[in-house]
Write a protein that binds this ligand. Structure first.
Ligand SMILES: *Cc1c(COP(=O)(O)O)cnc(C)c1O
Length: 366
């Protein structure tokens, strides 16, 4: 296969910029001789909590683990229902199913986030929580969701796996609801070098519960109070994350600049992402929409420009979720968009010339 000219994301360029710092951080871990539950993790947890403006952060081994443990800590289990968007990555719904609860899906709006006007009709006696997602880096109108949750006495969990550093009305996402969940999968806006994740909360009881759950239910070594797991974030990943956290704001600003440039150049040719006045979008993905999506994708591929579709098959149409009883037509927006969306290359180190090149090709085709 021909070499990619413009990748959708490129961690090699970023590595070159921070290699020395990563090596130094790594050396600290190796010389300490401690690789699990040590000083690096504690430091990262407090630095990330401070960054977000929340009391507690608990590092875990993936974003999916963060979601699973969050729901578990809230006591969500068999017979419970959790309201969540149909338009998300599969992990959001799977975290509900892994707790033996039922994901109750809601269609998305033109911002690609959960359509808030369709939440209340899905609330039943069994509903325990709303699990929202700030998809592609755009915060959803979280204050409206909190109001609905208060009215019906539901928990709110925020899936912030694509929204590190995003904020709503000046406050970082992840701190509005009862619990915020982050993923540090390598390509996320804040990523480590392997799998990683975090849970944030300002509730002490929830924090204590999650700390038990991630480490075999033990407060004291070899004394196990509850049924727990091994879901810890390791020292190396925590050390790498401490290096990268310092750059997060700068990197997000660069993503925003690229997005702005794309939108300026593309707005007359395709549907560009909508922004919300009170929200700070961090563009984990820059997603356009066009009826000629497949054609456009293959033309770009021919020019060695990689793109992706987030996501090509909605959750309710996946084989694993046949049992939920949805069908084609259940969520018109999610279904329509899945045939029209395309994620363009975007990463902080992307060059102006590359943005120009991608835009020029799209303008010619559409
Ligand atoms: C990446 C992602 C997850 C899962 O995170 P992992 O660290 O890969 O387990 C969950 N939800 C969303 C929206 C994501 O993008």
């Amino acid at each position: 296969m021909k070499k990619v000219l413009i990748p959708i994301t490129d961690l090699k360029r970023q590595y070159k910029l921070i290699e020395k710092e990563l090596r130094r951080a790594e050396k600290q871990v190796f010389t300490s001789g401690i690789f699990i539950l040590g000083e690096q993790l504690e430091r990262f947890e407090s630095e990330f909590a401070d960054y977000l403006g929340v009391k507690y952060c608990i590092g875990v081994d993936s974003g999916t683990s963060a979601l699973i443990l969050a729901l578990r800590a809230l006591g969500i289990g068999k017979g419970d229902e959790v309201i969540t968007p149909a338009n998300s990555y599969i992990a959001t719904s799977m975290s509900i199913s892994h707790n033996q609860a039922v994901p109750v899906l809601v269609d998305c709006d033109e911002f690609y986030n959960i359509d808030i006007s369709k939440i209340e009709e899905k609330i039943s006696k069994r509903t325990k929580a709303i699990l929202v997602v700030h998809l592609y880096g755009l915060p959803c109108q979280i204050e409206k969701i909190i109001m609905i949750a208060k009215k019906y006495k539901l928990f709110v969990v925020e899936d912030c796996a694509q929204a590190h550093g995003a904020s709503f009305q000046g406050k970082k996402v992840g701190i509005f609801g009862d619990i915020g969940c982050y993923s540090f999968y390598p390509t996320k806006n804040l990523g480590c070098y392997g799998d990683g994740g975090a849970i944030v909360t300002s509730n002490r009881n929830i924090k204590n519960k999650i700390k038990l759950l991630r480490n075999y239910g033990q407060k004291k070594k070899y004394f196990h109070d509850i049924l727990g797991f091994n879901n810890r974030l390791d020292e190396l990943q925590a050390a790498y994350l401490r290096v990268k956290l310092k750059y997060l704001d700068e990197w997000n600003e660069k993503r925003r600049k690229i997005a702005k440039e794309y939108s300026r150049k593309l707005k007359d040719f395709v549907i560009t992402p909508k922004e919300l006045e009170n929200a700070y979008h961090v563009y984990h993905q820059y997603v356009i929409r066009t009826k000629k999506r497949n054609e456009l994708k293959s033309m770009l591929f021919g020019k060695r420009i990689s793109t992706m579709i987030h996501y090509p098959k909605p959750i309710h149409l996946q084989t694993v979720y046949r049992n939920l009883g949805y069908r084609r037509g259940s969520f018109p927006n999610t279904e329509k968009y899945s045939g029209e969306i395309l994620s363009l290359p975007i990463f902080p180190e992307m060059r102006d010339k590359e943005v120009e090149k991608v835009s020029a090709i799209i303008n010619k085709i559409t």
